[in-house]
Design a protein around this ligand. Sequence first.
Ligand SMILES: *Cc1c(COP(=O)(O)O)cnc(C)c1O
Length: 380
Amino acid sequence: MPTSDRTPEVYAKLGVKPIINAQSWITMLGGSLMRPEVLRAMDEAATAFVDLEELTRAGGQVVARATGSEAGLVVAGASAGNVLMAAAAMTGTDRAKVDQLPDTTGMPNELLMFKGGRNSYDKSFVTAGAKIVEFGSMGGARSYHLEAAINEDTVGLAWVVAPFQNYPFPLEEAIEICHARNIPVLVDAAAEVPPVDNLTRFTKIGADMVTFSGGKGIGGPQNAGLLAGKKDLIDAAFLHMFNLGSGTVGIGRPSKVTKETLVGMTTALELFVESDHEATWAGWRERANHIVGRLTNIPGLHVVLEDGDINRQGPQAVIYQESDWRGPSFAEVRKQLTDGEPSIRVGGGGYKGEINIVLVNVQPGEEVIIADRLEDILRG
Ligand SMILES: *Cc1c(COP(=O)(O)O)cnc(C)c1O
């Protein structure tokens, strides 16, 4: 049954209505839905006490294996991963420095970022006390801009990989430059999975640490994520999570990972890695095709299936407006979709103000509801 055909009791009690999420793994729309196996694992985890340090280390090994990294950690999302990467790069495993954060007096704290690659999430890189130092211009940068920006206060290069993100040059080249100067490279690849190969890709090319959201394409708890990388840096991140025996909590305490979240995340990760990715993709494509098929031959509109665009998550039904379109503006179409019953949230395009319908979170059957509503609005 489509989610939208029933209101779970817990939401009804709060007076909140479910929506159809055709906009992707958006935090503000609930991230993703966890599989029953994940929910069962979390339920089971909630029935016994464990030593959280021991559990964290065990969960870290699952992350290390899945990412092909020396070490790993389950963290409270990619934003928490960014905080911990920056903190680890500043302090290493020096306990006095770990204690001192977010005060960075007397310690190097500069994280380099490409100016044109600044991103709405990069505040998490400075939360622990680091300072972002930009290199290059909005339009681009050359390798010598990065080289020239490195000095004795540099603790790392922060690199965001995301849809519609700008890159000055390949990450491989940045890694080569930084490694020649002993500067670690920290990668925020929050929403880059699937494809599943991206779990190992950044470690393979030499990134020192990489973080992924757990509650996006991997299907774990929405407040979970993965942090993977070199052992000494992950050891440092671990200290920041707990700061055991120091008398003060670490910089990672506001984003703690519970036993239930950790087990949910490792269960989701293993299920994800083993799942039939082609079948999942084919299901999304079939639902996208249904919508495209229902919206053919509307004068002034160009409706297509887009599959494989690096800036799109999964196969999507995309509606472009042509110059002879006489129907409602796309802002109005979006408003009608949002205000309808059930509320349908669609993507904001990214290229030309198009409407893109993302299928990754559309539950079986909901594609029919979306197509019905769009036909009503667009064929008017
Ligand atoms: C979603 C996202 C984040 C935040 O991830 P959470 O797991 O929600 O904390 C950070 N960076 C990028 C590029 C993202 O897309």
